[in-house]
Structure formats: structure tokens, C-alpha cells
Design a protein around this ligand. Structure first.
Ligand SMILES: Cc1cc2nc3c(=O)[nH]c(=O)nc-3n(C[C@H](O)[C@H](O)[C@H](O)COP(=O)(O)O)c2cc1C
Length: 445
């Protein structure tokens, strides 16, 4: 019998605390986890115990949030965080985001390849174009148009891949008897020059066990699809429902085909957040508690929830610990401006209090399940079996116990249902993602 196709899992490390910015205040969390690499290593080891295909780090080179009350959104430095993890783990993949707009391709190629060699072939690069103006200003630059950012991204990835392939696979001879460290005839310049970037190469780094790092992509629009279809083996996406996820996955697969690739060689990972409790009420209580740390945010959240359902809502005019009054509910509709609106409306119509609707995470960056491990597994199963995604990029609410809960409670359910592998397929990220070996530029493969 053909092996049942299984989902893949990536664990998002965020800044060490979890996806909720008040998680640092929860009992048990190390409030300084941001700078404590042992905490990253511990979470990564747990994820490896749970056979996660990879850990994933998003990154923007800026400080966009208010550290008065919240934790940073990203690690101090994604590559150094992954290096700490690489030395303490064996199988799990290590994927970091670095911008194609604000890094020279040579630096990108060197850092990722070095980490790939150090980790024995477990590294992926999430190549993003970074539209955030605060990142641009950190480099003395003005925000660029999408067209320009993506033109730079194509050049960047092409140069990076060429640099990765600048050593032939058998160039590193290590011939101690003959005194030949490497065969320089097999280590050649690349001499690429584009409109934005250029590099002569070669890179001073030999091949890794998987040849070279795996390319990931996260970004929007037609340009994003083209970039992914051409180069990426993994895509981090943020759909809110099954229909839009399927559409996005299908578009990615079609884009890969346009570039002469097998559509199964591009895997989509949908972002997903969870709060696990022994009961649904316990899962929700975790989130109420997290929300309670930042009461000053409630008025703006209530007002935003109102715009999602076409109403003017204010903490001064409604009791947020009560369901939405019937007269307002009758007028409510899901705003087409925000794809999260149907879920918000559904929960309001169920008669949940406004506070609990917010606690369910209807304004979060990804879909949220607050409930039991079975409810979390059901959600993942439904999306996966509907063909909405190849896997999930999961974000725990609170990292210190959320990762363990997922690994100990959700993973066994998925495995029992035949939806998730029980052992790593191989040692490298490519093997564990089931994507082909690649060396050098995509075009010359
Ligand atoms: C799911 C997702 C995750 C992203 N993660 C990052 C990130 O970690 N760092 C970053 O600089 N940009 C990130 N981006 C942003 C893109 O690089 C880009 O700036 C954004 O999508 C807006 O521009 P675009 O629609 O032209 O791609 C992400 C985009 C998406 C859709």
C-alpha cells in the first residue's frame, strides 16, 4: 500500500518566549529568555524529540514594537541563535529569515553555507524582501517599491546559489599524502553582475551534506509567487481559512510548474497558533491570562473587532464580559477588508463574550486554536486533508510549556492518525522535507 502522505511541522521560535508578546510574564517562563540560548536549545531539542522537520525563525532588521510592555518579535540574531541550536541537535532543520534587500548576497551565501556545513546539511534560508520602512531606515535607505525589491531578490538568490555552487562537489580533496588541500581547478569564480548586486566568488566553503541550503520564501503578490515558484522548496504563508490556503498552495504549485519544476517539490507551511489546555476552557483561560497583562490594549482591540464586523464598538458602550447585544448582532457582518472577520463573526454569533472572542485570537497573525490537544490535531487534520497546505509553521502561545504540550500531546495524536511521521527520513533538511538535492544555480541543475 502506498504510504499515506504526511504533514510537515516547523516550530517558530519567535524571540524565545512564544507568539504572544506577554508570554514573558507567565510563571515558569525565563523573563530573559531572549538572551538565553539555553532556552532556545531546550525548545529545539523538544521539537526534535517530536520529530519536527525544522525550527523556523522570522526576522526583520528593526525594532518595530514597544519593549515597554512587549518582548521583541525576533531573536537577537537569527543566525547566531541557530548556531547555538545547531551544536546541540542532530536531525532537526534550521531555517532563518534574512532579507534580500538589506544584505549583500556574498554575506548571505557565506553565513548560510557555513551554518549548513556546521550543522551537517540542515539549513534553510527564508529569502524575504522586507517592506518594513523601519528596516529600510536602519540601512539609510528609503522603502523600495515591490517591483524593485523583487528584482533585487532575484539577483540576490541567483548570486547566492551560484556562490554555493562555486566549489565542485569533489573539490575538497584533503589529500594529506599528496599535500593537496583542495583542487583549485574545481573552485571557480562566478563573475555575476546584475543591476543591484554583483559578486566574483568563489566562496571559501565546501559543499555540505545536502549540497547547499534549502531556499524558502515568504511574501505577497504575483512577484512573491514567481520568486517562490522559481527558487523555493518551502514557503511560509499566512492564510486564515482553508479556501484561501488551498488557493495559495495551488498558485505556488502552478508557479513551480511554469518554471519547469515538479509541483511536489514546493511545500507550503501555513502559520498556526495554539493554546493547549486539558479542556477547551483551560486553553482559553491561558489566553485570557495573557491578555490580562496588557489591559491598555483592550480598547483598541474591541474597536478593531467592531470594524471586522461592520460595527462601531467601544469599551464605553458595550460590556466586554457579555455577548454582543442582539440589536448589534443583527447588524453585524463579516468585513471583506479582513480575512479574519468570518471567524470573529462566527464566535460572536455563538454568544461568546467580547473578551472571549478576542481571547480566541481572532485578531492574531495566524489562525488560533485554544482548546484541547485533540482540537488542535483536528484543526491540523482538517486543513491538511483538504489539501490546504503541506505542513504548518506552528507558533506556541507560551514557548516554555507550549512546545512540550504540543510534542507530548498533539504529535502522538497526529502520528496515531497516520498524519505525521514517526521518525526522521534522513539526516539533512532536504531529505526530511522530501525535496530534491540541488547544487549551484537552479537553472544549471
Ligand atoms: C507569512 C509571511 C511571513 C513574512 N516574514 C517576514 C520576515 O520574517 N521578515 C521580513 O522582513 N519580511 C517578512 N515577510 C514580508 C515580506 O518579505 C514582504 O515584505 C511583505 O510580504 C510585503 O511585501 P510584498 O507583498 O511585496 O511581498 C513575510 C511575509 C509573509 C506573507
Amino acid at each position: 500500500m502506498a504510504k499515506q502522505k504526511e504533514m510537515q511541522l516547523a516550530l517558530q521560535m519567535v524571540s524565545g518566549y512564544g507568539g504572544e508578546f506577554s508570554a514573558w510574564r507567565m510563571t515558569g517562563t525565563d523573563p530573559a529568555a531572549y538572551t538565553n540560548m539555553d532556552s532556545y536549545v531546550e525548545r529545539a531539542k523538544l521539537a526534535e524529540k517530536g520529530k519536527f522537520q525544522m525550527i523556523f525563525i522570522a526576522d526583520t532588521p528593526a525594532l518595530p514594537n514597544d519593549l515597554g510592555a512587549q518582548t521583541p518579535m525576533f531573536p537577537m540574531d537569527p543566525m547566531l541563535a541557530l548556531l547555538s541550536v545547531a551544536r546541540e541537535t542532530e536531525k532537526i532543520g534550521l531555517v532563518a529569515t534574512l532579507s534580500t534587500t538589506f544584505n549583500y548576497p556574498y554575506n548571505l551565501a557565506r553565513q548560510f553555507k557555513a551554518l549548513d556545513v556546521i550543522s551537517h546539511g540542515r539549513v534553510g534560508w527564508n529569502a524575504v524582501t522586507t517592506s518594513d520602512p523601519s528596516a529600510a531606515s536602519n540601512f539609510g535607505a528609503q522603502p523600495l517599491s515591490r517591483k524593485e525589491r523583487y528584482a533585487m531578490a532575484h539577483e540576490s538568490i541567483q548570486i547566492v546559489q551560484a556562490l554555493w555552487g562555486s566549489w565542485e562537489e569533489d573539490a575538497w580533496t584533503l589529500d594529506t599524502k599528496g599535500g593537496k588541500f583542495a583542487d583549485m581547478a574545481k573552485i571557480q569564480p562566478i563573475n555575476l553582475k546584475g543591476q543591484y548586486y554583483a559578486s566574483s566568488g568563489p566562496l571559501p566553503i565546501p559543499p555540505s551534506e545536502q549540497g547547499q541550503p534549502v531556499i524558502f520564501q515568504a511574501g505577497g503578490g504575483y512577484e512573491g509567487l514567481e520568486l517562490a515558484g522559481r527558487y523555493a522548496s518551502g514557503v511560509y504563508a499566512n492564510p486564515y481559512d482553508i479556501a484561501s490556503a488551498r488557493e495559495h498552495r495551488q498558485a505556488l504549485r502552478e508557479s513551480a510548474v511554469r518554471f519547469g519544476r515538479n509541483p511536489d517539490d514546493i511545500k507550503m507551511y501555513a502559520g498556526f497558533m495554539f493554546s493547549i489546555g486539558a479542556t477547551e476552557e483551560e486553553g482559553l483561560e491561558r489566553r485570557r491570562k495573557l491578555m490580562s497583562f496588557n489591559p491598555e490594549e483592550i480598547p483598541s482591540r474591541v474597536s478593531y473587532l467592531g470594524t471586522m464586523v461592520g460595527l462601531r464598538l467601544s469599551v464605553h458602550t458595550v460590556d466586554i464580559d457579555q455577548p454582543l447585544p442582539d440589536d448589534l448582532l443583527e447588524r453585524a457582518y463579516a468585513s471583506p477588508q479582513d480575512p479574519r472577520s468570518p471567524r470573529a463573526l462566527e464566535l460572536l454569533k455563538k454568544g461568546l463574550s467580547i473578551r472571549d472572542v478576542l481571547a480566541h485570537g481572532v485578531i492574531n497573525y495566524h489562525p488560533v486554536v485554544a482548546g484541547t490537544a485533540v482540537q488542535v490535531a483536528d484543526f491540523l487534520e482538517e486543513w491538511f486533508l483538504a489539501g490546504a497546505t503541506d505542513g504548518f509553521s506552528v507558533v506556541p502561545d507560551i514557548a516554555y510549556d507550549g512546545v512540550a504540550d504540543f510534542v507530548e500531546q498533539v504529535v502522538p495524536i497526529l502520528q496515531e492518525r497516520g498524519l505525521f511521521h514517526k521518525e526522521y527520513e534522513g539526516k539533512t533538511l532536504r531529505e526530511n522535507m522530501g525535496v530534491p538535492y540541488q547544487y549551484g544555480s537552479a537553472e544549471t541543475k
